[in-house]
Design a protein. Sequence first.
Length: 294
Amino acid sequence: MLDKMAFFVYVVRTGSISAAARKFNISVSAGSRWLQDLEQKFGMPLHRRSNRLLTPTPAGQKLFDDFSPMVDNSEHLCRQMQEFQQHDKGHIDIVCTPVYANHYLMDMISEYLITNPDVTFNLNITPWALDHAAESDLTISANASYQGYREHDLHLVRREIMQSPFRVVTSQHYLDRQPAPQKPSDLTQHQCLFATTLTGSNDWIFTQNGESQIIKVPKSLEVNDSDLLLQGVKKGAGIAYLPAFLVEPEIENGQLISLLDDFDTSVWSLNLYYQPPATASAVAIHFKEFLLNK
């Protein structure tokens, strides 16, 4: 019964049976039965649903208010007990943007598992990582920032992992068909490859001598994966605006050509979001520190 009461606390906190079920590693149907069993035990409804929102009844609010501190205390005790383990044990849910997962995260997880074989992971690789932040232990998400950009407020701790300016690149195959743009506005006459998950839209930012301009490039090809954009531009499909760390090796080996180098661009910023120490699990804290120290 205590597990079902704790489950109800998380239903109220997340506003969702499915989110609470993921927390407890049970199916949604099992979570619904737990709520029914709890209501039958107390002989009264504990929650109601309206306009797809789940809210507690007055009785449910009483249960939540009085029992949620006990849930928090028990979880805090579990985290303290984990500190006595010689090796990390537990489960970590990670939501991550594709480009970081492909180029860095899998290598780090593989290295971590060598010395911590009793830790299990679940990875959700998506360009919209922050949409799932409430359901994960660690969230790794990127954004393109420039003067005037403001990040949405999140009730999580944020640490920046890396920064990288954008580079405008194309291939010789494309330049054999089209003359290279000499100024940002020339891009409106070119085939452009872009990802709204990288830049927020098809707006590319350029700055020179303290003046910024936003160029709305043609939507010749849109994908939500940076590696697919990289493949397309190398094949001669057009011009792309990609983080420097992703394209500099290709520029050095001659597969890509850098354009408009006299202009500054947006900055691609990669951030790690996580729960504060008071609510994070010990194993998530340890893996977070492992990531930040690499």
